[in-house]
Structures are given as structure tokens and as C-alpha cells.
Ligand binder design. Structure first.
Ligand SMILES: C[S@@+](CC[C@H](N)C(=O)[O-])C[C@H]1O[C@@H](n2cnc3c(N)ncnc32)[C@H](O)[C@@H]1O
Length: 267
């Protein structure tokens, strides 16, 4: 069961591992670069009203607050009070307004926003279509939506037996991502919610030899495998040790596709 579906009912160890991973990946240059790329599509000359939906610890909302013109508003919405607690602590100047609410029912007026960003949210919800319809409701006519997702269903980690390795990775992601294949549906979901495609970018974040971005992912899996029971204990230990050994021996490999979809509602 994806822990992001009900973060507030998880053990502290799990929430801490998730928050640590969100901040580590958000601070990594490759990941930060993909955020910087899509922020190029967001005008910074005039004030905007923007929402980071499913903001977690606030990686994107803080970036947005730094990017937008003075006089802009940034609202970070998450249904988890425990993530929002971290987000508030990481934003001592309160540049972002942090709001606890489900993304399916936003406490924002119809047509009140210029921009809604959903950054690795849709893969963690029961019904992505409802979230996108709600984003459309709060956007002004012609307002912009940006969806960023990892294609978890295509993520690979090197393993001595590749067939077994693929199966273990599939099990790992099945336990932490409710919709591992959502990327394939995003263009359809955006159109169904009344958005027209505007920009798109795709990336492969891969590392060979030593791990860096993927090392913090392996370390968070090392914490989450036993606490969430993602794999049989002996399989989990074997998989983590194989990844750490490969890193130490300069023989590591992992890769995942990431995609950004930007679209607008009709004027
Ligand atoms: C994978 S995290 C992404 C956090 C942040 N966007 C980032 O990339 O660092 C998903 C976040 O969405 C939140 N979330 C999940 N379902 C939600 C929903 N239906 N409404 C609002 N927030 C939700 C979770 O609490 C979690 O903080």
C-alpha cells in the first residue's frame, strides 16, 4: 500500500524516511535541473497566483516562491499535516502559504489561480482524473497546469540476475507508488480535464559506476523495505547490499524516465 495515500497514519520512521528522501532528491542537481527547466515556462515578469498541489516538504513551492515576481502568491497544499509540519519548518520566512487539504477538494475559489503544479503527485493518488478536474476548477480561463512524474514502471536497477532484479524492483515500487504507470495516461487525463497541451519534456536520469542521486534512493529503500514490508526480509537485504556493493565497486547502474507535461485551460 502506497504510504503517500495515508501518510498521517504511518509510523514516524516511515514519515521521516519519506521526508528525508523528498528533500534529498529535491536538492540533487539533476532533479533540481528538471524543475528549473519547467519553471522556464512560468512567467516571472508579472505577479501570479500559484499552487503546488501535493507539496510534501515543499521542494517545489519554495522554488516557485523564489522564481515568481514580487506580489505573487504561492500556496502549498498537502493532505498530510506531518509533511506540512516539515514544510513550515523549512520555510521560516513563510514565503509560502501552507494549507492542509485534499487535492480533490481545494479550499480555493473557482478561477482564482494562474498556475497549478502537480509534482510527483498523480502516481500517488486513487483517482488522478479528479485531481486534474479540481486543478482546472481553481485555474482562471487560460491558466496553466504543470504535471511532473517519474515513470516508476520503467525504473531499472542493475542486479546480477536481471530477470529477478526487475521483479524485485517492480515489487519495491508496487509498495510505494499506487499508480506506477500513470505517465502513459497523463496526456489523455489532461485532455479529459479540459486542458490543451503546451510543452513537454522527457529525461532519463541514469547513473553508472558510482551512485549519487540513486544512492539516496537505495538508502531510503533500506529504511522502507523493513518498515513497510516491501520485500521478503532476505530479498530486501540481498537487494540493498547488491546496490551498495555495486556503488562501492564502481559497478552501479540505475535509470528512470521522468516527464514534464505543461498544458492550459481554454481562454
Ligand atoms: C511523492 S510526494 C511529492 C511531494 C512533493 N511534490 C515533491 O515532489 O517533493 C506526494 C505528496 O502528495 C501528498 N498527497 C497524496 N495524495 C494527496 C491528495 N489526494 N491530496 C493532497 N495531497 C496528497 C502526500 O501527502 C505527499 O506529500
Amino acid at each position: 500500500m502506497d504510504p503517500y495515500l495515508s501518510p498521517d497514519s504511518q509510523a514516524e520512521e516511515i514519515v521521516d524516511a519519506l521526508c528525508t528522501r523528498l528533500e534529498e532528491r529535491g536538492g540533487h542537481s539533476a532533479f533540481a535541473g528538471m524543475i528549473a527547466d519547467y519553471l522556464e515556462w512560468v512567467p516571472a515578469e508579472r505577479p501570479l497566483a500559484a499552487v503546488d498541489l501535493g507539496c510534501g516538504t515543499g521542494v517545489v513551492a519554495r522554488r516557485l516562491a523564489g522564481h515568481l515576481a514580487p506580489g505573487s502568491t504561492v500556496v502549498g497544499v498537502d493532505r498530510s499535516e506531518r509533511f506540512l509540519e516539515r514544510a513550515r519548518a523549512l520555510d521560516p520566512e513563510a514565503r509560502v502559504q501552507w494549507v492542509g487539504a485534499p487535492g480533490e477538494h481545494l479550499p480555493l475559489a473557482e478561477g482564482s489561480q494562474d498556475l497549478v503544479i502537480l509534482h510527483t503527485l498523480l502516481s500517488h493518488v486513487e483517482d488522478p482524473a479528479t485531481l486534474l478536474r479540481e486543478a482546472r476548477r481553481v485555474l482562471r480561463p487560460g491558466g496553466q497546469v504543470i504535471v511532473f512524474e517519474a515513470d516508476h514502471g520503467s525504473t531499472v536497477f542493475g542486479f546480477p540476475d536481471p530477470v529477478r532484479g526487475r521483479d524485485l524492483v517492480r515489487q519495491l515500487y508496487a509498495g510505494i507508488v499506487h499508480q506506477p504507470d500513470v505517465c502513459q495516461r497523463i496526456p489523455l487525463l489532461l485532455r479529459a480535464a479540459g486542458f490543451f497541451p503546451e510543452h513537454h519534456r522527457g529525461y532519463v536520469l541514469s547513473e553508472a559506476g558510482r551512485a549519487d542521486f540513486w544512492l539516496s534512493s537505495v538508502r531510503s529503500f533500506a529504511r522502507l523495505i523493513p518498515s513497510l514490508g516491501l520485500l521478503q526480509p532476505s530479498d530486501g537485504e540481498e537487494w540493498v547490499q547488491a546496490q551498495l556493493r555495486a556503488h562501492e565497486e564502481n559497478a552501479f547502474f540505475a535509470a528512470a524516465p521522468f516527464y514534464t507535461f505543461a498544458a492550459r485551460g481554454e481562454e
